[in-house]
Design a protein around this ligand. Structure first.
Ligand code: HEC
Length: 626
């Protein structure tokens, strides 16, 4: 039907709607309220249990974790949060019933007045030295903080003490990558609240509510005499906010696939911001009736000034019906996948953006999955592809060989971490990439990504190998591994997985020039053994001169000497805190974004029940006590 036809019909249609609405109203008025008829437990069984009752397979928080959330928070997640796609077919009363069935009756309380900074104190009014902006302080993604900006020496690290904690109200996850600019810390949250906090006290300047959870690092960029913040959320929205006020300058949905999530952090060059897109469609495929799979990994380039499009590059061709159905009779689609989980790396010398991709979700597998790629910054054109693992098509259905597991059945060796562009002391540029397979690669950016060396640092697996990020000073690259191992214990308290306390983790130092090992720091077994506790080190690493910081799923944040891997400092974040915002706050597993170091302080988020780890809702700030 064309537009003209539609407008001819509209009055008649309106009349039909009015009559229909009246009819519905009459029926509704004549019968008891529907809510009483809907069983939250039934909705849970039919629409939620497949994932939330097997969190280890689906990477979903366990049912117990959901039961700790306020019902209002669950409803928010269904209405306009992470579960929007799942909740799409659910009616209002079904959403309310399942939220009530699962959640607590606590209100999502507004922050108390005492949480806010004193009037007269303004954001961005602190020292200009001591910043960490975006995923890495430099757009080479080295995650190496210089001594000027760090304001913290290796000798001071053993004196680090907790200065303040800030609790994310109603959340069970604290996974966002923080940014510090001129004395203000900007951080997102699982509940979608983005907050501007004072670095010294943790008091709140402003809070902005995004449409979806915010996990990627916030990028601060000059905008005339002001500063704007570029923020990407977990349901496809990108926002530009005024850093001083938190007011929206523009917003734009860059991915409309219902399973899209913007996990990789945005980076910028020459007034253009680059947004990588990944998805959780892999988990959607556990439903045998889900038509798997249609998501396409991409990078979108937008003008920083107004969000207008510059280019968009997809890493798989548009999916088509493959002509076959799965064993449940559901139509199959392909190709799909090649998501980008990590921040792109900017090479201004070569005018190139490096990105790393994940696996395919359905057959046929393609040449751009599990790869390192170079894109022309100006146009988004793919210049070269180095695929380090081929024929990797995988969904969460493969764990128990469900109907939506493609024939290739994994092994799920995504890149979850960014490539690092290292500049060696001998003046050579080498690209470093760590994969979930447990292998670290050194590539030549001048020879189309030719593999110069490869070194295995871990066993590798679905939950990594090298998971969220390495760090490098140009001479040595540091790679921690996850390699988490365990079985799921459905009766375990929140956190779920019954991890092997002696398997997983470990930190390896490799020479950038040739990949040879400098040292290996053995993981600490998880003690005392408890549910959700694993020695896996999947969180991104962070460096200052002399020190490598590494978080562990057991909740410990450790500082290692870069020379020999000796532990200089160890803090167990998995405990209760009295938070600056008076929100009940506790720490859990460290995973995802690593700590940041800026202006003499260390900041880290704690709480990650995604793969069976311990929940938590807190960001912690440390400074040396001397
Ligand atoms: C296809 C699998 C799947 C189904 C079905 C599903 N979920 Fe989820 N859910 C997930 C995953 C995976 C996550 C975690 C996503 C992430 O990694 O951020 C999640 C996260 C959530 C969260 C966010 C927890 C937080 O940290 O704030 C809530 C709440 C939630 N789900 C509720 C539900 C409810 C209620 C239902 C049923 C109506 C449901 N989910 C159905 C997979 C699923």
């Amino acid at each position: 039907m064309n537009r003209a036809d539609a407008s001819c019909n509209c009055f008649r249609r309106l009349a039909v709607y009015v009559v229909f609405a009246l009819f519905v109203w009459l029926i509704a008025a004549a019968s008891p309220p529907r809510a009483a008829d809907v069983s939250g437990s039934d909705v849970y069984k039919s629409h939620c249990a497949a994932c939330h009752d097997q969190p280890e397979a689906t990477r979903a928080p366990s049912r117990d974790a959901l039961q700790k959330l306020p019902a209002t928070h669950i409803l928010k997640t269904l209405d306009f949060g992470l579960m929007m796609g799942i909740a799409y077919p659910l009616k209002r009363d079904e959403r309310e019933a399942v939220a009530k069935f699962l959640g607590t009756s606590e209100a999502e309380a507004p922050l108390p007045a005492s949480a806010f900074c004193p009037t007269g104190q303004h954001p961005l009014s602190g020292a200009a030295a001591g910043n960490w902006n975006g995923w890495s302080p430099s757009s080479t993604n080295s995650r190496y903080q210089t001594s000027d900006q760090a304001g913290l020496t290796a000798a001071q690290v053993s004196h680090l003490k907790l200065k303040w904690a800030f609790g994310f109200p109603g959340d069970v996850t604290a996974f966002a990558a923080p940014t510090v600019l001129n004395g203000t810390l900007f951080v997102g949250s699982a509940g979608g609240a983005v907050q501007a906090l004072d670095v010294k006290s943790g008091c709140v300047y402003w809070v902005f509510q995004a449409n979806g959870p915010v996990r990627s690092a916030i990028l601060a960029l000059p905008n005339g005499s002001d500063t704007s913040l570029l923020i990407a959320d977990q349901i496809g929205w990108v926002y530009s906010l005024d850093a001083r006020t938190g007011h929206v300058l523009w917003k734009h949905r860059v991915e409309d696939h219902e399973a899209a999530r913007l996990t990789g952090s945005p980076v910028a060059a020459d007034g253009v911001v680059f947004i990588p897109a990944s998805s959780w469609e892999e988990s959607r495929a556990t439903d045998p009736h889900y038509e798997c799979c249609t998501f396409r990994g991409s990078v979108t380039a937008l003008r920083v000034s107004d969000g207008s499009p510059v280019w968009k590059t997809y890493f798989v061709d548009p999916p088509k019906k493959t002509g076959s159905v799965n064993s449940a009779g559901t139509t199959l689609w392909g190709p799909s996948g090649a998501p980008v989980w990590s921040a792109p790396t900017v090479d201004s010398k070569r005018g190139v953006l490096y990105i790393t991709t994940g696996d395919n979700y359905s057959s046929p597998p393609t040449a751009n999955s599990d790869a390192i790629m170079a894109l022309q910054i100006k146009t988004g054109k793919i210049l070269w592809v180095q695929q380090t693992y081929s024929n990797d098509a995988y969904t969460s259905a493969c764990r128990d060989k469900g109907p939506n597991c493609p024939a290739e059945s994994g092994p799920d060796y995504d890149f979850g971490s960014s490539a690092i562009l290292a500049h060696t002391p001998s003046g050579r540029d080498i690209l470093l990439a760590g994969q979930k397979s447990g292998v670290v690669y050194g590539l030549d950016p001048d020879q189309n990504g030719k593999i110069l060396w490869q070194t295995r640092v871990g066993k590798g697996g679905r939950n990594g190998g090298v998971q969220w990020g390495m760090a490098s000073d140009g001479k040595v690259v540091y790679a921690a591994v996850s390699d988490m191992a365990g079985t799921l214990n459905f009766n375990a308290p929140v956190g779920g997985a019954n991890f092997d306390p002696a398997q997983g983790g470990g930190l390896t130092a490799l020479r950038v020039e040739d990949g040879s090992q400098v040292w290996f720091a053995k993981p600490e077994p998880c003690a005392p053994r408890r549910p959700g506790c694993s020695p896996a080190q999947s969180a991104a690493l962070t460096m200052i001169p002399g020190v490598v910081f590494s978080g562990s799923v057991d909740g410990h944040l450790r500082a290692f000497s870069d020379g020999d891997g000796k532990v200089l400092w160890d803090f167990n974040t998995a405990r209760e805190y009295s938070a600056a915002d008076a929100v009940p706050a506790h720490g859990g597993s460290l995973d995802g974004a690593g700590p940041i170091v800026a202006g003499g302080m260390v900041f880290v988020n704690s709480g990650y029940p995604r793969t069976g780890g311990m929940p938590g809702n807190v960001i912690l700030a440390f400074a040396p006590d001397e």
